[in-house]
Write a protein that binds this ligand. Structure first.
Ligand code: BV8
Ligand code: ZN
Length: 247
């Protein structure tokens, strides 16, 4: 089927849907200038995220891991949400049962104006004390080499889910509930590699939802979903929500 037909098909499904869920990954922020994890630009210096976003890496070398996160905080503080983020804000306004599940920790969905967002991998702008576990928002760009807790002096860490760490079960349960109860799920800009996030698309499909994938390339999930629209989210998403009439 050609691209326009697919866009029409998704638009019609969105029009009729009561409950819309969206799952996003790093690809939705790519057009804002945020490098993805597994694309050609997915490397920071000579490291891969999977080398650095682990408790072990932080234990062994907290300076290096904080340098990595400070580099990302610096970069993300200087970018803007792109039309793909804003298209989801429009969609949320049109669909009361809308829920946005994101793997991204860049906070760009919230910055764009999305309200009902489940940040299942946490957020770069939050830090957690490794000793007293106090959680706080911290948008200071230049953090000291090793930031410490104001309350107890303990070492702070980014409040993100590292590889090998379990997700917050309340967030994960809410995401699973959204996947299992939505009529339509859009899966935007994720390589469907990281679990358990990636399984949400298949759970939605298994529960009877219409699931459409928007990605620059086909993924391991493409054969199992209803539509795979190949192209940039910043171009395709606005075309899907522009005429969704308010119910
Ligand atoms: C857990 C926060 C267990 C940190 C992230 C097999 C072997 C080894 C390990 C595992 C395994 N199977 C499962 C695991 C465990 C592991 C995992 O999945 N590993 C992967 C690498 C195989 N999972 C975990 O460890 C999870 N925890 O399983 O716990 C457990 C259970 C109980 C008790 C204890 C433990 C935790 C996973 C969370 C890791 N944290 N982020 C940080 O960001 O610093 S994951 C990280 O990857 C980001 O969140 C990112 O969003 C996410 C997923 O990547 P994508 O978003 O998909 O990004 P990617 O670059 O891969 O793809 C971008 C896509 O966009 C591409 O498809 C590209 O084509 C597309 N694109 C690009 N530009 C555009 C576009 N699309 C549209 N438009 C564009 N313009
Ligand atoms: Zn503390």
């Amino acid at each position: 089927m050609n691209r326009n037909k697919d866009i029409q098909r998704i638009r019609r499904r969105l029009e009729k849907a009561e409950k819309v869920a969206v799952l996003t990954g790093a690809g939705i922020s790519a057009e804002s200038g945020v490098p993805t994890f597994r694309g050609q630009d997915g490397i920071w210096k000579q490291y891969r995220t999977t080398d650095l976003a682990t408790p072990r890496a932080f234990e062994r070398n907290p300076w290096l891991v904080w340098e990595f996160y400070n580099w990302r905080r610096q970069l993300i503080a200087n970018v803007q949400p792109n039309p793909a983020h804003y298209a989801l804000v429009t969609l949320e306004k049109q669909k009361p049962g809308f829920i946005l599940v994101t793997q991204n920790v860049d906070g760009l969905h919230t910055r764009a104006g999305s309200k009902n967002v489940l940040e299942i991998h946490g957020c770069l702008w939050e830090v957690r004390c490794t000793r007293c576990h106090t959680l706080s928002r911290n948008e200071k760009i230049e953090l000291p080499d090793l930031p410490t807790c104001e309350r107890c002096g303990g070492l702070l860490r980014p409040h993100v889910v590292w590889f090998g760490e379990s997700l917050d079960y309340q967030l994960l349960n809410a995401a699973i509930e959204a996947a299992q109860s939505c009529d339509v799920m859009l899966v935007v800009g994720t390589s469907a590699v990281v679990q358990p996030a990636a399984s949400l698309a298949l759970q939605a499909k298994a529960a009877g939802a219409f699931v459409a994938e928007i990605n620059l390339e086909r993924t391991v999930h493409s054969g199992h979903l209803d539509v795979t629209l190949v192209g940039p989210a910043g171009k395709l998403l606005p075309q899907m929500v522009q005429v969704v009439s308010t119910q």
